[in-house]
Design a protein around this ligand. Sequence first.
Ligand SMILES: NC(=O)c1ccc[n+]([C@@H]2O[C@H](COP(=O)([O-])OP(=O)(O)OC[C@H]3O[C@@H](n4cnc5c(N)ncnc54)[C@H](O)[C@@H]3O)[C@@H](O)[C@H]2O)c1
Length: 433
Amino acid sequence: MSVKKTIKQKICILGLGYIGLPTASVLASSGFQVLGVDCKHTLVDTINRGLVHIHEPGLHTLVQAAVHSGNLVARFEPEPADVFLIAVPTPLRKEGDRVEVDLGNVEAAVKAVTPHLQKGNLVILESTSPPGTLEDLVAPLLEQGGLKAGSDFYAAYCPERVLPGRTMKELIENNRIIGGYDPASARKAEALYRHFVEGEIILTDARTAEMVKLAENIYRDVNVALANELSTICEKLGINAWEMIRLANLHPRVHLHQPGPGVGGHCISVDPWFVISRYPDESRMLSLARRINDERPVIVAELVVRLLEGIPDPVVTLMGVAYKGNIDDTRESPALRVLDELRGRGITCRIYDPHVLALSEETNNLAAAFSSSDCALLLADHDEFRYLYPRELGKIMRRRVVVDTRSCLERALWEEHGFTYHLLALGLERDCR
Ligand SMILES: NC(=O)c1ccc[n+]([C@@H]2O[C@H](COP(=O)([O-])OP(=O)(O)OC[C@H]3O[C@@H](n4cnc5c(N)ncnc54)[C@H](O)[C@@H]3O)[C@@H](O)[C@H]2O)c1
């Protein structure tokens, strides 16, 4: 294919986090000259030594190879390039009940690119953004450099949909939506992604692509809220919600999600606000879903408090504080909200999370976390937890109580070793089989 011959183009990637660094390493290993830019000094040093600051299977090997080959270099400032790709954070700003999207990082990154922009360049926004951001914010800021979007330079919004923990695989295999500032921009961006994307690439306009990304995460947030609400109703009815959902999903056109301790992460719990904050009157279902999912950590904490009633100076061991299983990411984690709730009620908490080592070195110390504990509370379904030995844990814990908020543990095994097993959203089971 002729596109493959444009190799050694220079690509400048702004933001070397969970999205930017994997993308930089994949592009560098496809033969591009990649300049990674980040404002964090320690991170730039780490990457230039061939190391990584985030845990993502396969990432370290690729970054190491890219840096050693000379195709990936990290710096603090952008330089002239053929393509600029922006993957900086787009967090929320909360003031009381007011929630707004903070596009300050996107603005700063675009302003840093503008002086280097040349005719024929392509600028890609990958940061999740409210609909209209490419047209109304990014392109006008770039045009302040004197070039015109659509005629002098190309611009596109290309949302990222990777699943943390599978990023390196999904970057390549997932289907891609590309929203162009104009059709020529979309085709230009498509040519770049074709170098490493094996999934389908679908072209549209920027505003639609921006909304597609948000709609995907809104769909998931609303469906988790539905599962959580059904599970509360099931509890009142004395029905096992997990079993009810399993049976309902046998219907060929039903796909209920799973209940749990809440929704976290950088995307699903955040992205609905990109729409709610701008269209509050039209986002009634979105707001309600957010509220239902946000209440879950309090429901979990209240369950634990009830179970520990009457125990003097109770100690709880939180198993997993990442926002979901097998990752090290604690952003917006419901587990951290459970932690706050329990501590706020005077309960001593310890953390056992073999993936999240950034909080403290102690989080990987199983004996210290479980010793003299009154309750093991599973909040993230890390694979390691399935292979724990309840017999050994029972010996060092003060009480054999386990609460499973993810339906992750093998109940019979824990009960066999004297544990009282509590599954979130489990009513009084009726065995009619
Ligand atoms: N993490 C995911 O799984 C995921 C998935 C889809 C979309 N997204 C979106 O991608 C974007 C990036 O997310 P992330 O998870 O990679 O964030 P991140 O926090 O892991 O990384 C962002 C990096 O950008 C750097 N940065 C901030 N401002 C900068 C600037 N002006 N110039 C250069 N660097 C700057 C930060 O120092 C940080 O290292 C967000 O909009 C997010 O919503 C993330």
